[in-house]
Design a binder for this molecule. Structure first.
Ligand code: FES
Length: 112
């Protein structure tokens, strides 16, 4: 089941496996300190070099991707974010936080 993690200290995912399993949708992964992030499909394959913090900037609910609306929609109070994490509708006060996606050895990626 997803996300797959390996290594005690760093949460890493295989980029190829992620691309196959995510089917073009953002997929939840854990950052270095266990924080939840959305890993994003690249525009021409692979993954984007940044990830979005999955917690809504209002009160911290996980805001899942809505495939039909092509937005992240928070189930708690309805905030919406575009595919880059920019807030479209409040009450969220800010866009989703960004983190760097680093591709390390053997095609594994991690968020830091
Ligand atoms: Fe997301 Fe309130 S926690 S809108």
């Amino acid at each position: 089941c997803w996300p797959r993690t390996s290594d005690k200290n760093f949460k890493t995912v295989s980029v190829n496996a992620w691309v196959e399993e995510s089917e073009g949708e953002p997929g939840l992964v854990l950052g270095l300190r266990g924080e939840p992030y959305w890993l994003l499909p690249g525009k021409s394959g692979g993954i984007r070099n940044f990830a979005l913090r999955a917690e809504c900037t209002h009160l911290g609910c996980i805001a899942p991707w809505n495939e039909v609306q092509q937005k992240f929609v928070c189930p708690c109070h309805g905030s919406q974010y575009d595919p880059d994490g920019t807030v479209l509708r409040g009450p969220a006060p800010h866009s989703l936080a960004l983190a760097h996606v680093e591709v390390v050895d053997k095609g594994n990626a991690r968020v830091r």
